[in-house]
Design a protein. Structure first.
Length: 214
């Protein structure tokens, strides 16, 4: 269990390296004080421009990839691989830890992003085929509604449904994706409240029905 604990902790710490906050410090800004107050790529794009937003997105996606594709296989000095820990469960434990680190970073007062970009990186490393329904759902919902938050939540739900249809016997992955879908909804609870009050920001450049907006 030592291997599991160390690697899960390492994945969490990797997740705490938020692109927006690390790059923001280099620029002398804290984007949690700007725009929506969120430390994710969407708010970085809105407040700091497309190149800054793209760099933040790349960092947040790549750390998700690293936590799944690289970290579980790292040889720890003096600590052999634990035969009692299934490799798939280890990968998924690291996947969950990197997402938690992004949302609740210890270095930044446990105020991070909403985890969607890191989820994309994680899923790409777990099974790249699952990215198609995830990203397609996100794009279609964004085009139809203009809401990034709604698109993210429904994309998470589509991920769980896709796994249930494609890999119904893969219990570890089913549990993980179901948990991810629920967690994405939880991190967007503020967006849900804003949508109910009609105050949620829309991406009007991509919203197909913007001409009908009140």
């Amino acid at each position: 269990m030592i291997e599991l604990g160390i690697k899960v902790l390492g994945a969490y710490l990797l997740g705490t390296l938020l692109g927006s906050l690390v790059l923001g410090r280099l620029r002398g800004v804290d984007i949690r004080r700007l725009g929506s107050g969120n430390a994710g790529a969407t708010n970085a794009l809105r407040t700091q421009g497309k190149w800054f937003g793209a760099a933040v997105l790349a960092i947040d996606v790549l750390k998700g990839v690293a936590a799944v594709a690289w970290l579980p296989g790292v040889a720890l000095p003096g600590i052999p691989p634990d035969p009692e820990v299934a490799r798939e469960w280890l990968r998924l434990a690291c996947a969950g830890a990197v997402i938690l680190g992004h949302v609740y970073p210890v270095w930044f007062g446990f105020r991070g992003g909403k985890g969607v970009a890191t989820v994309v990186g994680v899923i790409g490393a777990v099974d790249a085929r699952l990215l198609l329904p995830l990203l397609a759902t996100w794009l279609v919902v964004l085009l139809l509604s203009g809401y990034v938050g709604l698109a993210s939540m429904l994309a998470g739900a589509s991920l769980a449904v896709s796994v249930a249809l494609r890999r119904p016997l893969d219990l570890p992955l089913l549990c993980f994706c179901g948990g991810v879908a629920a967690f994405v909804v939880y991190t967007h609870r503020g967006n849900i409240a804003l949508m109910r009050r009609g105050e949620e920001h829309r991406v009007r450049r991509l919203w197909l029905f913007r001409s009908r907006a009140a």
